[in-house]
Design a binder for this molecule. Structure first.
Ligand code: SAM
Length: 243
């Protein structure tokens, strides 16, 4: 895979990303396979050069996500999952993905440490953070890391009021969320040869010391653990809470 950037867009930011991902920067637009593209709007992932209209570009200021962040107060299910509290919580997001859920936690006034295992996803999100930093002050309450969240958690840097787990959804027949973002995440993980054992990750966190675990699952997904304290149900997803 390559990073495609016209010469006029070359800056230190993309040079650092190219070093970190060990990907060469090229100035001719690829006509096959997946690639990363960098221009005046920042970093994007193009899944298939033959269909450049299908791409991933994270933006916290505009679009569906920007709108969700602005209306974070309306996220009643996530709020219920966190529980009634006036205090600022320290949340550990073990499955950061495109950071949508963590952005809601931050915008509700909480502090978040979020960890993403995929390097490509990490740099797409980090680029979005850099672009949004001057306009979204609460981003200062975020610590965003690339790595395995279980390893990070076990190093014990910080005490957390809640661990948030949103592992990859199992592919289900009528997987409502099997669209858009999830499809993109799946294809990036495949490209990086990252396998996903959602249950292993959940089992491992369940065995750690925690105050509260919030596990996001498809609404109809079978209950794996019997010690659920309460559930918050939405139209397509539910949160299983363990205290
Ligand atoms: C369903 S997505 C999370 C979506 C996220 N909640 C959001 O709002 O965008 C799951 C993500 O967790 C990441 N992940 C899974 N296991 C992980 C681990 N052990 N450490 C870090 N990230 C992990 C996957 O790479 C994927 O990006």
């Amino acid at each position: 895979m390559h990073i495609y950037a016209e010469k006029r867009f070359l800056d230190n930011n993309i040079k650092n990303i190219s070093d970190a991902l060990e990907l060469e920067i090229i100035s001719d637009q690829p006509n096959k396979n997946s690639y990363l593209a960098y221009d005046g709007n920042g970093l994007s992932f193009i899944k298939d050069a033959a269909n450049p209209k299908e791409f991933v570009h994270i933006d916290f200021l505009k679009g569906k996500l920007g709108w969700r962040i602005k209306r974070a107060e309306h996220e009643s299910n996530l709020k219920k999952a966190l529980g009634k509290t006036k205090k600022e919580l320290n949340i550990f997001d073990a499955t950061a993905g495109f950071l949508s859920d963590s952005m809601i936690f931050l915008s509700l006034g909480h502090k978040v440490m979020a960890v993403e295992q995929s390097k490509i996803i990490f740099y797409l999100v980090e680029d979005a953070i850099k672009r949004a930093q001057s306009e979204i002050p609460f981003l200062k309450n975020l610590s965003f890391l690339n790595g395995n969240s279980l390893d990070v958690f076990k190093t014990g840097k910080g005490s957390f009021d809640a661990i948030y787990l949103d592992p990859m959804y199992p592919i289900m027949k009528k997987n409502v969320k099997g669209s858009g973002d999830m499809r993109s995440i799946r294809s990036i993980l495949k490209l990086e040869n990252i396998s996903n054992e959602a249950n292993d990750l959940c089992d491992a966190f369940m065995q750690c010391e925690y105050q509260k675990i919030i596990l996001k699952r498809p609404l109809k997904y079978k209950k794996i653990y019997s010690n659920i304290n309460y559930q918050v149900k939405g139209k397509t997803t539910r949160f299983d809470i363990f205290i």
